[in-house]
Write a protein that binds this ligand. Sequence first.
Ligand code: SF4
Length: 158
Amino acid sequence: MRRFADPTRQALADLAALFARVDRAHGGFSCPNRARCCQFAQTGREPYLWHVEWQALARRVAELGGRLPPPRPDGGCRFLDGEGRRCTVYDVRPFGCRTYGCELAEGLTRSLREQVRGFTRELTALAERFDPEDGGPRPLSRWVSEAAVHGPRAGEVR
Ligand code: SF4
């Protein structure tokens, strides 16, 4: 694997490689793509992100012009598209979005759940290497609120 001199770039490359394995493991998993899991106000749930996961999202926001999407009137994730059907940051979406299992999904086997537990441990190790001060995953809405005040890449570790 290519190694980067920039520790943030290296951590993001390692995160992307881990997420590729997570996605492959979910190859037999079927989601009806209704973005129900992205409707935080309706579900009362939202993904929790480590700092390194937020950095992946923050870099994407910077690439897209640096402006965070505005709050949605339906209380859904700000990264949904206008119709509230599709994720606009799909390739860098957090671990929780990749592994969310709702009642509409099919193919969530016990072995997949065990694999997800293993991936969770790998993500934890990666996140703690990236930012030893990271106190643990925090809700996406909290990262977004802080970024709205301090800028999306506030607190970046170099
Ligand atoms: S980041 Fe994307 S997949 Fe995750 S909750 Fe937001 S819109 Fe949905």
